[in-house]
Design a binder for this molecule. Structure first.
Ligand code: CAO
Length: 412
């Protein structure tokens, strides 16, 4: 079946996580993604956190499905010649090197658009223009500087980073949106453009409800935060533990048998109060004026959740979900990675997939969470280092002799 991005060729100069997540999605949508890697070493993640000696790590294989790999020393003369040929043949160039790295290689935007005016040149950097524009950035730096860490965790504890890679994968996703928009614009104008996404900006975008709360704070305390009504509010948004970020209160409640992940998140929508109270055997609180409305419950949300927890603790998290979801009460068990990896529904939809790899055997990965009815994303394994060098160079017009010369020069 034809894929959404069939015919789009991506020159993938990405490494580590943020850039590779972007180009992996483009590949799942059908783009031909050609990953350019330093000869001999490749993307540094190939050898990071290895679980099997001398075999590409899961770090690498889970971020680079459906791509082709070529090795190229872009700082060598021959390598530069090959790079420019690739630029001519590609629609999109994606990179996430340290600021200025591509310019230092001699690949400036001015020159790139002269060679291929239709090329879309997309980059991830840590910061946009400003005092930190030249800084190198990893995931947790972005979480700290984009507002996530100051608002995650509990007030009496240190700022906390989240397990969700909102700085890396989150920015990669933003970049995908930018590239797709630029491709649509190009289909009208024929022109490429620069697409830039800063990790700090992407994290802040994902934390926008906290900037909402910062502004609300100037008008009074945040009544849905656990600090209300007895605690003090300063002049910045505090960490709110497990409170819901939305207009409906929620909290994490203990379940049986009391293990590390035996918890469920329960949300109390106004219409959910009566069925919840029925289930836990407190019908008296349905009409009691001290409990009956969201307004009177707000100052004692901790007591509301404590009442519900007395009941949830008598059941497993999935039993609780079974009962509450039938009553239309939004809730969700805390799922461990073990449970997610084994989850049948996620496997059935190929959000969790097993992939065959020639060196590591079968491995589990997360497939494309974006489902297109006319462009299925079949997940194929990540490429070995330089697996497609000859194939790609032949496609863009190099002869066998050229390729041999480039290889003996160390350019590939
Ligand atoms: N041929 C020749 N040289 C190559 C090459 C190739 N195929 N691929 C990379 N290089 C060179 C780069 O040009 C750079 O050389 P210079 O320092 O001379 O410019 C060098 O390898 C190292 O690249 P780097 O500085 O990007 O890598 P690093 O490991 O020092 O830093 C990172 C990594 C991620 C901090 C940095 O790339 C960065 O800040 N990127 C932007 C933000 C980002 O994406 N961060 C998320 C990373 S994912 O967690």
């Amino acid at each position: 079946m034809r894929k959404a991005l069939d015919g789009v060729r991506v020159l993938d100069m990405t490494h580590v996580q943020s850039g590779p997540t972007c180009t992996q999605i483009l590949a799942w949508f059908g783009a031909d993604v050609i990953k350019v890697e330093f000869p001999g070493r490749g993307d540094i993640t190939r050898s990071q956190l290895r679980d099997i000696p001398d075999v590409d790590s899961l770090y690498f294989t889970m971020l680079n499905s459906n791509k082709r790999s070529i090795t190229l020393n872009t700082k060598s003369e021959k390598g530069q010649e090959i790079f420019w040929k690739l630029v001519e043949h590609c629609d999109v160039l994606v990179e996430n090197f340290a600021p200025g790295a591509l310019d230092r290689m001699g690949f400036t935007w001015e020159k790139i658009k002269q060679v291929n005016p239709g090329l879309i040149y997309a980059s991830v950097k840590g910061f946009g223009p400003g005092p930190f524009v030249d800084c190198k950035v990893y995931e947790n730096v972005a979480q700290c500087m984009g507002g996530s860490a100051s608002t995650t965790g509990f007030e009496d504890d240190v700022p906390t980073v989240t397990g969700a890679q909102i700085g890396d994968s989150g920015t990669g996703l933003h970049l995908v949106a930018g590239i797709l928009a630029a491709l649509i614009q190009r289909s009208h104008t024929g022109e490429g453009q620069r697409v830039e996404c800063a990790m700090q900006d992407a994290v802040l975008n994902l934390c926008r409800i906290k900037l909402r709360d910062q502004q609300r704070l100037t008008r009074g305390p945040l009544a849905e935060y656990p600090q209300y009504p007895s605690g003090e509010f300063g002049d910045f948004v505090p960490r709110s533990g497990n409170a819901s970020g939305g207009g409906q209160p929620g909290w994490v409640l203990k379940c049986a048998p009391g293990g590390q992940n035996d918890f469920i998140y329960v949300i109390i929508q106004p219409p959910g109060w009566a069925p919840l109270m029925e289930v836990i055997g407190r019908e008296d609180l349905i009409t009691d004026p001290d409990w009956a409305t969201p307004e009177v419950r707000l100052p004692k949300l901790d007591q509301c959740f404590a009442l519900i927890e007395e009941w949830t603790q008598t059941k497993t998290k999935f039993e609780v979900m079974d009962v509450l979801s039938k009553l239309g009460i939004p809730c969700g068990p805390i799922m461990s990675m073990k449970e997610l990896g084994e989850n049948k529904a996620l496997r059935d939809t190929e959000t969790v997939v097993e992939v065959e790899h020639p060196e590591r055997g079968t491995y589990l990965t997360v497939g494309n969470p974006i489902k297109l009815s006319k462009s299925p994303s079949d997940v194929s394994r990540a490429p070995l280092l330089g697996e497609h060098t000859n194939q790609v160079l032949t496609e863009i017009g190099f002869t066998e002799e050229d390729i041999e010369n480039a290889r003996s020069d160390g350019a590939i």
